[in-house]
Ligand binder design. Structure first.
Ligand code: PRP
Length: 209
């Protein structure tokens, strides 16, 4: 009987792709495809139990040991700095964290820069490194609206295709950091379930494109 590994997957489009990667690596769980609203799925033969978690919560489940491993975006790991191991870059959900502003924007360094973002820690660290005074305005979504309505001067947000910026009259100014999905592990699980977690990491590693 295999030791069961509890795996937190990000619910949504990225999660479906990530699960497909686990399945291709030999850790499938056919019941996950059954229609319905269940959130927990187990395959005892493979020794895996999956649960669907809000993407921004995956790192919390893993850090606290409710899940042994999980998949979280690098954006979340940088923002919340959870105490977990980052085991593998899955090269999925590839995008970048960027500063963007209305077309033609010019920074007036005599005033405090108003920055709207879902990622206050990332934004704060970035501007602290440039010794630029900012006023962080924490929002929870539709960040692109903030400069359009005069709520902020610039935004720090995720850019994938760039379409949202373009369609709202904004342009990317600088890339702060590239982002992609990462396999993370709880630190004590990694120690006590090392072989099983390594087996999964190696299997996924063979699937990374
Ligand atoms: C994210 C991000 C941008 C958009 C970027 O938003 O915050 O708004 O995707 O994608 P693009 O460059 O391909 O246009 P999300 O869909 O997560 O929704 P949100 O605005 O509610 O955060």
């Amino acid at each position: 009987m295999k030791t069961t590994i509890d795996i937190a997957l990000p619910k949504g489009r990225l999660g479906d792709k990530v699960y497909a990667m686990f399945a291709a690596a030999g850790f499938e769980c056919p019941s996950i495809h059954e229609p319905g609203r269940r959130l927990v799925f187990e395959n005892p033969e493979c020794g895996v139990r999956y649960f669907w978690v809000k993407p921004s919560d995956v790192a919390i489940y893993v850090e606290r040991g409710a899940a042994d491993i999980g998949v979280a975006g690098k954006d979340i790991l940088l923002e919340y700095t959870p105490n977990v191991y980052e085991l593998l870059d899955l090269r999925m959900g590839v995008c970048r964290m960027a500063v963007a502003a209305p077309k033609g924007f010019r920074d007036n360094t005599e005033t405090t820069l108003r920055v709207a973002t879902k990622f206050p820690h990332i934004a704060g660290t970035y501007y602290a490194g440039r010794c630029r005074d900012i006023d962080v305005i924490k929002l929870n979504g539709s960040i692109e609206l903030a400069p359009l309505l005069g709520l902020s001067d610039v935004i720090v947000d995720i850019v994938e295709t760039g379409t949202t910026l373009l369609e709202n009259g904004l342009e990317p100014l600088e890339t702060i950091v590239p982002i992609s999905a990462r396999l993370i592990a709880n630190k004590s699980s990694y120690r006590f379930k090392y072989q099983r977690i390594e087996e999964i990491r190696a299997g996924l590693s063979g699937q990374v494109r």
